[in-house]
Design a protein around this ligand. Sequence first.
Ligand code: C2E
Ligand code: MG
Ligand code: MG
Ligand code: MG
Length: 287
Amino acid sequence: RAKSAGGNRFELADPEADARAITRHGLTTALPTALDRGEFFIEYQPLVHLGDGSVRGAEALVRWLHPQYGVLSPDRFIPLAEHTGLIVPLGRWVLEQSVRQAREWRERHGAAAAGPLRINVNLSPCQLRHPGLVQDTVEILERAGVEPDALCLELTESALIGADDDLLKPLRRLAEMGIDIALDDFGTGYSNLANLRRLPVSVLKLDRSFTQSMQQFPADPVDLKIVEGIVSLAHSLDLAVTVEGVETGAQAEQLRLLGCDTAQGWYYARPGPPERLHELALADATG
Ligand code: C2E
Ligand code: MG
Ligand code: MG
Ligand code: MG
């Protein structure tokens, strides 16, 4: 429909795709200086223990306040940042901000019954390939005075599929230091489960698609069996299971019954400013 046949000539017949391409070009141009201009900010989404409902920590999610386009979600610019290499300084900035934020929560929130709040930070495979990662991470933690076990680094399952030793070595170093490694969006890739044993991961983050299929109560029996199987395998390998995208109480209940450990989603809270997390954590500590 869109194309006219005629040699090498083709017409852009999809104005939206055209607009998207222009925006992408604009974003790519603006991206390298956006960090210096202070246009990125981080929202935090609480991670809640399914057993007792207490807030255990938060995931840091970066946003770009673009002067022209407004707030952009990471799906719009992380791939560009990866492509241009900016993900390395951007990722380092996110890590530094998040770790400092965790220190502040922990200082203000020392008496929490559930223990000190922890911070989850997403890591791109490009960062894993960057030789400075381990050293940078050590320095960021030391400078902030935060213990490594307060930090969990999330890598997507697809980033680690077929990972060679060069990629796994820094990950092992980080894990040996006591940093938790989570396999994000688990269940969407093709990693065979035996592959899990090769990876220095301690947390599985079950992809939102599984949570979505728990919409009904009781949920689809086949999906229930799959999740049940993943949870039991994870637990037998000493991995904790976090579920993402929990939007309803019925989903939370179903996933709790299936043995999942921690949950994250709009049902508990949308990603928000750091103050919000402090309020939520404080609320469940006091009542
Ligand atoms: P992710 O790590 O899987 O993060 C979870 C995403 O699900 C977030 O999208 C979050 O806002 C969204 N979410 C949370 N609860 C719900 C819910 O109940 N329903 C629905 N529909 N969505 C929910 P967000 O913030 O747009 O981030 C998208 C992805 O961008 C992240 O997926 C992560 O892979 C990437 N990302 C975010 N921040 C960073 C970063 O600092 N560095 C890197 N490398 N990637 C990042
Ligand atoms: Mg994540
Ligand atoms: Mg995820
Ligand atoms: Mg996801």
